[in-house]
Design a protein around this ligand. Sequence first.
Ligand code: KG4
Ligand code: ZN
Length: 343
Amino acid sequence: MYILGIETSCDETAAAVLNDDNSVLSNIVLSQDDVHAPFGGVVPELASRQHITAIEYVVGESLEKAGVKLPQIDAFAVTQGPGLIGSLLIGVSFAKGLAYYFQKPLIPVDHLESHIHAVFLENKTIPFPAVALLVSGGHTSLYLLRNKLSFERLAKTRDDAAGEALDKIAKYLGLGYPGGAIIDRMAAKGNPQKYHFSLPRMTDKILGYSFSGLKTAALRTIKDKTITLEHPQLDDFLASFQKAIVNALLAPLDEIIKTQAPKSLILCGGVARNSVLRYDFQHLAEKKNLAGFIPSPQFCTDNAAMIAGLALEKFKNEGEFTLSLDLNAYPSKLKKAGKIRKS
Ligand code: KG4
Ligand code: ZN
């Protein structure tokens, strides 16, 4: 069996082919970084236009690399949401067209769940229950997994996502886009002890994240110490800010491990590429005597292998998927659940 996954939720056009053994035969990601870089962030209208021009080529490449022809594909998988609605619709429409033409099942996949499931692209299974820390450009959340297909959200950010905070500071300093990866590179040359940032504290004691306070503190330091691209301690500043974000991300794990008693920990999402976060996360897992799992970097940032991987799991466990032409994209979970009233 071959499954083709398509991902277009934000600014990466991606397609991948997996076989029923869960082996990744191809994983093509076409980044739009150059298009969005001049704006310091993703411009939704430009993202949709780029997906339209790129999708046929990217899907073609994924098939060619896998050595598989379109009629051999047994099921199509696509990101349904959450994400930018214009971008999502390109992937959903393209996948629907293929599934309709070849009369094959179309499997919708949640983008956030697929980031977590990415861990199974390289591990057949892991000890359950597992706690997953999902850190991306738009989301920062903790989940409990009792098996490969159950995703229970335990906590989330109340304001910015961690990646968003890194990207915004990078944009403010004129470092380039996407900021997280650039900060990671520059911070490697800096001293993380040089500037002090306090850990965000939740006054209501409800488990969750908040990164807007850290972002504001960083902006204040930039102004007070006149930190610019030429500042001799720029790398120290970035290393200190990055370390503060990493500390804030790992802080709630103590409490979660106590209350949920997981057998393993997962770190995933684009920010999981961060070198300091990867190191500190594994260190924490070891200290707690838990198995720590982090997908390889190419499976952390947006990709379609994770979409096809989760779809395959659903296909094997949730019975027949039919071809539903009513399938629609959803920009957020609330919109999917119909909890947002139209104004
Ligand atoms: O998961 P992802 O590819 O897209 C979303 O679903 O949001 O995550 C993108 C985020 C961006 O904020 C980017 O700056 C961040 O991942 N990122 C990193 C690194 N590489 C990508 N953040 C820190 N260190 C990195 N090496
Ligand atoms: Zn993502």
